[in-house]
Design a protein around this ligand. Sequence first.
Ligand code: OAD
Length: 230
Amino acid sequence: MDAIFILTGAGISAESGLGTFRDKDGLWTRYDLRRVATPEGFRADPALVHDFYNMRRQNCLEASPNAAHQALARLQRDYPGEVTLVTQNVDDLHERAGAAEVIHMHGELLRALCAACGHRWPAPARMLPEDRCPACDRAATRPDIVWFGEVPYRMDEIVERLARARLFAVIGSSGEVYPAAGFVEEAVSQGARTVEINLEPCGRGNLFGSGLYGPASAVVPSWVEGLLGG
Ligand code: OAD
């Protein structure tokens, strides 16, 4: 059975009410990413950065998975081969839809990380700069989010799984942020079939062998139906 590798981005959660980054009214049109999504920004103003992620965590807790998240969970459950689900999203909507295994390459809103000792724990709804690490008691807590200039999580495992994939799909991502944006070239070079699922072809759309265009909540369920043979 062909191994499948799926990369999701903010577009899959857009219809659940979570904003994307680069679309009209996207988060990066309203916030300066250097101030809220870099280690330098956090050093300069930790309270501002915590406020930004506290707000996003609140939005995430109020959101529900949509039909696209549910269809991918079904694919992981019912497909007889390997289905790797890697997300750039920091929400937990794949998990709440029932996905068996999700690789969060850019971290998770619902986790806290101690910058001093590396301990991780469930984030409270509201994180504050003075919060102490439950393991080392230092006030060095941060959201467990991969910021610009930091290395995404679980890259060795991702590269291994990408090398096995015979079908590669990107759902709801603009292909602007590396290393994720480069996965399609890797998949093409090893002869995998590639498909882009998005509202419209993204800037790297011509690299994909095929494209399915429309809202993820409509396109993904029918794509999954086809993969499961009916
Ligand atoms: P972007 O905001 O860059 O792109 C979202 C994509 O989703 C766009 O190509 C839209 O066309 C598409 N889209 C919007 N609504 C959709 C819908 N209903 N159905 C299908 N597609 C839809 O988001 P990402 O590519 O995920 O990283 O951004 C990548 C990374 O940049 C994020 O993980 C984040 C950000 O900076 C960090 O914060 C480290």
